[in-house]
Design a protein. Structure first.
Lengths: 351, 351
């Protein structure tokens, strides 16, 4: 399942100030009904020779991460694979749980990691390709403080046209050891999330956007390996104030609320069927501002449920009506974000 | 699972020239991951008292047709329920096949039919609510020659704004005994198919469109039961030439091709994963004309595959990139149609 494109290539020695980034694994199908990533890795394999010439310092492999769920056209068979890479699931419960996905997570950790242990993971970067049913455009999701990923995402987002081109950087601040996602298995990880596209469907335009974001991301890594000073100059020309505009989770203000998410109630008879619908005034309006009192949901009687201000009086909605979030194991609800800026030098949020 | 809203209501005696239409069953969830219909029947149940007053001549029931597939958020568990109502499946193979859906089909035939047998089916009309991932707007799908359904669909399509309001009548000419769909179990059947909406997702706008089409359809039946001559006058004011514009399947011209569908090849390793993508120039362009030589698909190498003229030099594409049609058991491919007209008097296609 792992296909190496340039295993014989010699990595270019990095300048002393930066660690080498050599082995990159591009992953599709972590959620089995997100077809775009699977198409993109198949297409990448087909142009392996071209890829090896284009980015000679990188050893790029591809991987179909959840083949069983993919063949069944389901997000997952038993449990969400992208929640299986916590210390609890990988180490403490090792051998105790036997879902399709917990077993696959053990395999992937051996193949790409290990995430927890004395030795360093075998993989420098995991690029995990995802799709969303929401109008999120190209979202490059990276960890706060991971300077390599922040810079690579900032480069790719700019080359994709930035916010006007519907390309944005999203940061989260969960430390690597606490992140349960597949991309946390490598030294560095990024998720590229593109939409809107239905689950179990391939759209040509969404495939092209995913390819574009991925190609610029890999181009950055190649340029960085060759000449870090030169690529720093490029980034500074894109972001003259050395700050990258990003979105990050909004903290919950109301007690009992989850940070970063406005949860919706579910049908008492069917836990994956919502009891309310996202109101049409916010459908497809990801990254738009919503104020306390604005329409948020509508119920079976047609009653409109307004935004309560739970995450602040004015917030930005993201992942508005994401099909994957109909599963409580994936976290039901609408994402809530605030605008922020991240320093190009530290990778940390600045005011 | 069948909820009756007006079982005690007295049907208005029909004028002598037309049969009464009394018992109407509105069905959702025939495909378990099409959520809109399920929402609409739940909402309809909640306003049962209002509905009984609004349309007193109708005895309206609602039904969740494939509860197991719905709870699993899958099109079907074993086989497509909407292909189970053929004589072969219902009668010849009775007791011999034991898929979840073949058993459910037997139950539904008992509850709503029987479709085959000496006695008349218990249900006058089945309205089966479907969704599509494609940009089909509101499609009212009715059998050629079923004058009651043609007229009701023509009324609803006009009230929804006609082609400008993205509401269209689609006719097929398969005789009732040969149709495998659930709506063929009753004396009359219609499918209301609305999109675009991803599978397993509820969209407020799509729910509203479905409700609107359903309400106008039921309004027509009520008006018809009360005063057929008056409703004939209304229809003639909508369609002064007594002809309803419709779309119908295009016949295959090339040998070995399927009528009404341009099939796509699938991945050799995964029969539900296409080997080509619908080209971006036709994505979301349902009911647009395509000419021989126009781009149709794109493959993994990026090669564009043009339309071969297999169904005529100029045809209209419908169900362009429908997620349900990724399943070979549901018929992989893109729909192909031609424009036609149906007589308001005979329900038959006229030149």
């Amino acid at each position: 399942l792992v296909f190496s494109m340039a295993s014989a290539s010699t990595p270019v020695g990095p300048p002393p100030e930066c660690h080498p980034i050599h082995k990159v694994v591009v992953v599709g199908g972590t959620h089995g009904n997100e077809y775009t990533g699977v198409w993109c890795i198949k297409a990448l394999m087909k142009r392996a020779d071209e890829v090896a010439k284009l980015w000679p310092s990188l050893d790029i492999e591809t991987l179909l991460s959840n083949p069983e769920a993919h063949k069944a056209n389901r997000r997952f068979i038993d449990t969400d694979l992208n929640r299986e890479f916590s210390e609890k699931r990988l180490v403490e419960e090792k051998g105790m749980n036997s879902t399709v996905e917990s077993q696959r997570a053990q395999e992937l950790d051996k193949l790409l990691g290990p995430k927890f242990g004395v030795e360093q993971p075998q993989t420098d970067v995991i690029v995990d390709l995802h799709t969303t049913t929401t109008n999120m455009g190209i979202s490059l999701i990276v960890p706060e403080g991971d300077i390599e990923m922040i810079q690579a995402a900032a480069y790719s987002a700019f080359k994709c046209g930035g916010e006007e081109g519907e390309a944005r950087v999203l940061v989260h601040s969960i430390p690597r050891n606490h992140r349960p996602g597949l991309s946390s298995v490598a030294r560095h990880g990024i998720s590229i999330e593109v939409g809107p596209v239905p689950q179990g469907v391939l759209r040509h335009d969404i495939v092209e956007k995913t390819d574009r974001a991925l190609n610029f991301f890999l181009e950055y890594l190649e340029l960085r390996n060759k000449d870090k000073a030169a690529v720093d100059n490029i980034l500074e020309s894109y972001y003259p104030e050395k700050k990258v505009p990003v979105y990050r989770s909004a903290k919950a203000r109301a007690p009992g609320e989850m940070s970063g998410k406005i949860q919706w109630p579910c049908d008492p008879e069917n836990p994956i069927f919502p009891a309310v619908i996202v109101h049409k005034s916010i459908q497809d309006r990801d990254f738009h501002k919503i104020k306390k009192g604005d329409p948020l949901f509508v119920d079976l009687d047609g009653n409109v449920i307004p935004y309560s201000g739970s995450h602040g009086d004015e917030v930005y909605l993201i992942f508005v009506n994401e099909g994957g979030y109909y599963y409580s194991s994936s976290g039901t609800g609408i994402g809530v974000a605030v605008k922020a800026q991240v320093s190009l030098n530290s990778g940390m949020t600045v005011e």
